[in-house]
Design a protein around this ligand. Sequence first.
Ligand code: PMP
Length: 339
Amino acid sequence: MSGYVPGEQPRAGERVIKLNTNENPYPPSPKVMEAIRDVGADVLRKYPNPTADAFRDAAGSVLGFGRDWIIAGNGSDDILAIATRTFLSSKDVLAYPDPTYSLYPVLAEINESGRAAVAWEDGFDLPVEGLLAARPRAVFLANPNAPTGTFVAPARVAELARRLDGVVLVDEAYVDFADENCLELVREYPNVVVSRTLSKAYSLAGLRFGYAVARPRVIEQMMKVKDSYNCDAVATAAATAAILDQDWARDNWAKVRSERRRLTEELGRLGFRVLPSQANFVLARVPGGAAGELKDRLKAEGILVRYFDKPGLSDKLRITVGSPQENEALIRTLRNLLT
Ligand code: PMP
């Protein structure tokens, strides 16, 4: 099988402008750093709380759910792996709109489950009929989607949930940069699971912390198949501090959204066709279409962006929204390379 290929991480100390893996350009809350410093030796000596209850209570208070509606994971990739194990046997099919996060087919394959990649409808509308026709046990929907940044309205996700005899997992890794989200659907639909991460919205990709929200009966099943201690004590303390500092996070989301607007406009001026994005990255069609080549030329200038050599994507680059200075440097470099 082919494994998942993560975006390139430069060596420690290497000076690059890193716009290839959708990290947040701003630092995590100072309260996170304080929580990490406050972890005592005795906390490290002992096993952590197996279900990261401090985090579940904190997230529950922020989002308006009881602890039993939440499961924590070692990044949301862990949540996605737990969901695959919980909901799919080797006789079942995992369906997802295509293109999307390239981990989904890998998870299905590891699980020896079937997979159905269903093309998006025009304008990146949810292909409800196509997904249902695949008769899946579970649908994974990245919303906002990666690598397109496009968004499916909650009402449309609800329609799928109503009609599907199976689970709809809404992967909201990027949702804090969007105008809407699907969290309230979990109250109404017993088959909806919403997964989130602290990697992007809370600037903690290096920490590894994610979570899912669903009906307690669903969470109970997911708990059975996770690793016993999937969240360590340091990460749980830090993630708890992060989610409680909503002011810090919201401030950063607003900055990213405003830079996203500016980056979209500037790229448009250079002849890129940019999809309207609700995430912290944009997918942009390169003028002339030679995207792979442009990615290499940007790399030679010390700027990393993401390129997917796949049908529908091979003429485009996915560019993470960086700090104002990083975005400025990208635009300046592109201007030089393209003229
Ligand atoms: N879902 C989507 C759509 C993503 O792009 C990513 C980031 N690669 C993840 C989930 C996983 O993020 P993490 O494991 O850092 O929470």
